[in-house]
Design a protein around this ligand. Structure first.
Ligand code: GAR
Length: 221
């Protein structure tokens, strides 16, 4: 029997922290709703809780502890070597908080997805919840996108939107947005795994139609 969890294209998930998105993906695979084989979970943080989630699900884990390397390029070379050894068809960034070097991004172009907690192109980078509350925006949410060398700039595939309530704080907003991530991220991964979703000429295509705008899902009331 092959190693990992599930059946389908070999998929590696990269995490730096809690791994609640990883858990949502594992759940979908275990329930038979998502056809991928989770061959490894890789983390840059040795005690990331996501690694424990992977172990509990029987998925092999790999750690590339960036802090144990003399400099960032050597850590990145180690990461590239681990990924090459895993040889995944699909790379899923799920709360992976390192910027990947262009060489790695290019090696998996069209096969690497990320989930970012904002309605891209609004609020690339960090602290999106603080920034959206400060800006007083009416809407916030999360975006699944293809990864390209420019940070958080790849073609958007699906967005989940929540209306920002007047009484909102960072924790309540994050909770609602992450609930959406657990829906839309497995969905997008499934599209990619089944061949329905592709990256062509710098654009996301779904079912042979270019996505002029990401598929939009709004929080149910
Ligand atoms: C997710 O909400 C994801 O959107 C965010 O990190 C969280 C990880 O949570 N990603 C980024 O901020 C990437 N720039 P998780 O570890 O519980 O899945």
């Amino acid at each position: 029997m092959s190693k990992g969890l599930g059946a389908g294209p070999a998929t590696v998930v990269l995490v730096s922290g809690s791994g609640t998105n990883l858990q949502a993906i594992i759940d979908q695979v275990q329930q038979g709703h998502l056809r991928v084989r989770l061959v490894a979970v890789l983390s840059d943080v040795p005690d990331a809780y996501g690694l424990q989630r992977a172990q509990a699900a029987g998925i092999p884990t790999v750690t590339v502890n960036y802090k144990a390397y003399p400099d960032r390029p050597s850590a990145e070379r180690a990461l590239a070597a681990e990924l090459a050894a895993i040889d995944p068809a699909i790379v899923v960034l799920a709360g992976f908080m390192r910027i990947l070097p262009d060489a790695i991004v290019q090696a998996y172009q069209g096969r690497m997805l990320n989930v970012h907690p904002s309605l891209l192109p609004r609020f690339r980078g960090l602290h999106t919840y603080e920034r959206v509350l400060e800006a007083g925006d009416a809407w916030h949410g999360t975006t699944v996108h293809f990864v390209v060398p420019e940070l958080d700039a790849g073609p958007a595939i699906i967005q989940y939107r929540v209306a920002v309530k007047p009484t909102e704080d960072i924790a309540s907003l994050r909770e609602r947005v992450q609930r959406g991530e657990y829906l839309v991220y497995p969905q997008a991964i499934g599209w990619l795994a089944s061949g329905r979703l592709t990256l062509r000429d710098g654009q996301a295509w779904l079912d042979d139609n270019p996505l002029a705008a990401p598929v939009q899902v709004d929080e149910a009331h």
